[in-house]
Every structure is written in C-alpha cells, then in structure tokens.
Design a protein around this ligand. Structure first.
Ligand SMILES: [Zn+2]
Length: 496
C-alpha cells in the first residue's frame, strides 16, 4: 500500500494589505523526506498520518509540505504563488509512481487572487494527477469551504477542538479511513451543508456554547453505526471569499442519504444558534478598569485576550494599563523590530532605557507608547513549547528585549510576532509568572489550552486591530454572498 502525503497550509487574512508571495513560503517548504522529519513526534495532522500508515505497514510517499515561514503577517496569496505550489504538488504526485491513495494536510482558509476556492482547486488537480484512487484531506476548523471541496475529495475531516489540541488525532482518523478504504472495509460517502453563517473567532471556542452544543450533537451522531466522522468548520471571518463561513461535513460508510441527513440536521442546528455567536465585549478603557477591579477582589491572575492584534504592535491595552496605574502585569508580545534593534545596538542588560514602541503598523494599532525602564533581558531565546498545544515544538526566536517599568510591569519587545501560547515565552525572558496579576495576550482562544489552568479569569476584550476584530461590521467585504449572516448585504441593510 503506497500513500502519498502532501500539505498546503495557510490562514489568509485578506484585510492585511501586503500580498503573500513565494518568498513568504519558500524558506519553510519541506520536500520529500524533510516533510517527515519536520512532523515526526509533533502533534500535527501529518504525524497522525504517519503513525497510522506505518502501523498499517503502508509505504508513505512524502511529496511536499507548503507552510508559511515565520515572519510578518501578510494578506492575499498571489496567483503566481498558488500556481507554483499547486503545480508542484500535482506534478510530484503524478511522478510518484503507482499510488493507492493521497492524504492532504490542508487548512481551508487560503485566499488567492484569481482562485475563488483554492483548496477545492488543489484537490481537483491532485485528483487529475493521481487518477481514481482515494483522496482524503484534513482541515483546521477555521476554514471556509463548500460543496466544490466534497465533490473533489472522498472524505474530509475537520479539527474538533478550539484551542486546537487534536490535529494529530484528526490526522489519525483520516489515515485510518484511508487504510480501511483501500483494504475494501469502508466506502466513504460524504455530504456538505452550509448554514450561511459567519462569526468572530473569539466566540468559537469549543468548550463553550454555542460550539459545544453543536459539537456535542456531532459526537452523538458519530456514535451511530456507519457514521465515520461529523465535522463542523466554524469558518474564518477574516477572509473575504465567496465560500466564507460555517460548513458541516458528514462522512458515512456508503450511505449518502444518511450523510445528507446528518449534515442538514447539524447545519440547521448551527443556524438556529446564529445569534449566540456574538456579544459585545469591553473596549480597552473599561476592560482594564474591570480587570483591575477583579484583581483588587483577589481574582488573579487575569488573562486579557486582545484577539484583534494578530500583528502584535497594538498599544491600546498597554496605554490603558499605564494610564490607570495597574501593577504586576506583563505584555509578552509587543512586536517592534526597529525598537529592539536600536536597544541591541545601544544598551546592555541592566541599563535604564527609554524608547517609543508599538503602533507602527497602521492607524488601528494605536499610537506608539513611550516606555522607560530597566533592560532586564536582551537576546535570541530558544525553548520548547510545554503545551498542550504544539507541545514539544522547538522555537527559535529573533531579537527579544524585556523592559521592567517598575512595580513588576514588563513589556517584551521583539523583532517578529511572538505567540505566548503557554508560559515558556515569558519564563525564557525571566518573567516570574506567579507574581503577575494581569497577563495580556494577543490571542483569541488558543491560549486557553494552557492559560485556563493558570489564570483565575479569562477576559476577552474588543480592541481595535487590523485582523481578527470582534465586530465584523468594521470590515469591508467585497466577495462574500449577499445572504450570509450577519454580514452579507441582505442582513446588513435590514432596517428592523
Ligand atoms: Zn484554527
């Protein structure tokens, strides 16, 4: 049994102005055996594929894995870039010799100039290259897909957790389905339905209503004999594409009618909960005041989730913490390359320094903030994530500086976006997490996999930002369907 494994992953934020080009992917692209080495032992879809395929005695044929290299966040993927990698994946599959199946590790939220539904297009090309053998794919739940995808594949499997802690497990489910299909023990039949619903990421956590209610129903269906997997992609709202929004895929064993029935029922459930996917959150001034009141009540530490700042340069919360006199806090992820480079050239650890940091990307980041404090860390940290998300992944950062502003107030400034998905990015720069009252994270839900165990309160806020804002009416869409709720023209213009 020979199974080809390939990947093409991006979550494109089309509201960022800079296009995504080949140069943003190429340094991280893994070809042939390097693809296996990059994934083995790390909880990814591909590691899940490998575990099952190797146990089944299958020969894994590594093709190419296309992922973005660390760096600044960019917007629309250029047509040239998609063409290059889609062609490469298809050509290498065509040249791989006789295959019995193809497994693809995808994300589902690519946005490509001139290619309306990139993952479906990629799957069609792979199918043409591979011939009539099973083609199955894994997806992040932050994905935008429609029936073109299910037409182009035999089975689709979407993550079931946000924070995403089941990537490897979904890879294993897909690979098991592949192996049993090739052995003749399964005949996957799938159906996709779209409720026509878009929601902000920050309200899509799967431990909370409404997603928990929806996923509980999916898990009930999966207990029924003949049901292989029931998936709901929550959609990724920060992608201005024609198939934006939530979708349901049911995969059964050779029962198309049942797949259709399940997908329709779950899709109807999603639609019935449409108004539970948003609520107002406090803006930074009220948020900081409310958090300080919680701390004064002994409810500490509080994690403030500033989900709109994916870039990392936002100063709205920093400014309020300073203005309102909060103590014992850390912002571990202020992205400002020019400031940290000047500090590296002009200061040493222990020096008193001043700088004006953040607020460089655009108007919605807020104005730069003047900081004065002791430079307590300067370096290029390396560490291993402690999980549960991405547990074991080795991180090598660029230049990072930590300023202690006094009163146990810490701002960590870096030359690229940091991601404090667990405490290791704080401890590696010398912050004692146990002494903090407030930890500000530029995250929506992923941080909760770790930080909910540490924090007394998780406190999401509505700050301005350039990407994953809470209020979708702030974004100007051009490519979405008129009837998608609540941002399509039909709903926006209603007068009741
Ligand atoms: Zn995701």
């Amino acid at each position: 049994m020979r199974i080809a494994v390939a990947g093409f992953i991006d979550e494109t934020m089309t509201f960022l102005p800079e296009p995504t080009t080949i140069a943003h992917f190429e340094p991280a692209v893994k070809r042939g055996p390097a693809l296996l080495e990059a994934n083995r032992g790390i909880p990814t879809y591909i590691n899940g594929f490998l575990r099952v395929l190797e146990e089944a005695g299958a020969e894994v044929v590594p093709i190419v894995e296309v992922v973005k290299a660390p760096g600044p966040f960019t917007g629309w993927i250029t047509y040239e870039c998609f063409e290059k990698y889609a062609t490469e994946i298809a050509d290498r599959i065509a040249a791989a010799g006789p295959l019995d199946g193809v497994l693809l590790s995808l994300h589902g939220a690519m946005a490509v100039t001139g290619v309306p539904k990139p993952e479906a297009e990629l799957c069609r090309r792979v199918r043409r290259a591979a011939g009539s053998i099973p083609l199955m794919a894994t997806f992040d739940l932050h994905s935008n897909e429609d029936g073109e995808l299910t037409d182009a594949t035999d089975a689709v499997f979407v993550l079931k957790t946000y924070p995403h802690v089941d990537s490897q497990e979904i890879g294993e489910i897909a690979a098991r389905c592949m192996v049993e299909t090739i052995r003749g023990n399964l005949r996957p039949a799938q159906a996709l339905r779209r409720p026509g619903l878009v929601s902000p990421s920050i309200f899509q956590g799967t431990d909370d209503h409404p997603m928990k209610t929806i996923y509980d129903r999916c898990r009930e269906w999966e207990r029924r004999p003949g049901v292989i997997c029931v998936s709901v992609g929550t959609g990724f709202a920060y992608c201005d594409v024609p198939d934006i929004g939530m979708y349901v895929v049911a995969v059964t064993d050779n029962d198309a009618a049942l797949a259709g029935k399940i997908a329709t029922e779950v899709s109807d459930l999603c639609w019935s909960l449409r108004d539970d996917f948003a609520r107002p959150l406090p803006k930074p001034p009220e948020a900081v005041a409310q958090v300080m009141a919680l701390v004064a009540d002994g409810r500490r530490p509080v994690v403030m989730a500033d989900g709109a700042d994916r870039i990392g340069d936002s100063t709205h919360v920093l400014r309020e913490l300073l203005a309102q006199g909060a103590r014992n806090w850390a912002i571990p992820d202020l992205y400002d390359g020019s400031v940290v480079n000047v500090l590296a050239k002009t200061a040493r650890v222990g020096d008193l320094v001043t700088c004006t940091a953040g607020g460089w990307y655009g108007e919605r980041s807020g104005r730069p903030v003047e900081l004065a404090g002791t430079l307590e860390y300067l370096g290029r940290p390396e560490y291993v994530l402690i999980g549960p998300m991405e547990q074991g992944r080795r991180i090598k950062e660029g230049l990072v500086a930590r300023l202690n502003l006094g009163d146990n107030r810490h701002v960590v400034i870096s030359d690229r976006t940091r991601w404090a998905i667990d405490s290791s990015p704080l401890t590696v720069v010398g912050i004692d997490v146990g002494t903090l009252d407030i930890i500000v994270l530029k995250s929506r839900v992923h941080h909760r996999a770790y930080w909910d165990q540490v924090a007394e309160v998780n406190f999401p806020i509505d700050a301005p930002g350039h990407s994953e804002v809470v209020d979708l009416s702030e974004l100007e869409y051009h490519n979405i369907p008129d009837d998608v709720y609540p941002i399509g023209r039909m709903w926006r213009n209603r007068t009741w």
